[in-house]
Design a protein. Structure first.
Length: 72
């Protein structure tokens, strides 16, 4: 399952990042790495952006980036 498919209000754990190059680096610079818990706060009506809380920080992710984050 990817972060985009997870429901609002759920807490998920990152299992894998599938992005490559600069995209993967941008995701990792946000503090999203394997084993990190992510709380999904809100998803915009069209699915972009996805607002999450990671390590105490509130972030907005594009749905393309959320598709590259595999969670359980």
């Amino acid at each position: 399952m990817t972060l985009k498919e997870a429901g609002v209000g759920s807490t998920v754990t990152v299992t894998k990042l599938t992005g490559v190059g600069a995209v993967k680096r941008r995701i990792m610079d946000m503090g999203i790495t394997k084993g990190v818990e992510i709380y999904i706060r809100k998803v915009a009506p069209l699915g972009d952006p996805i607002e999450v809380t990671v390590r105490g920080y509130e972030l907005s992710l594009r749905k393309e980036d959320a598709e590259m984050i595999e969670v359980k």
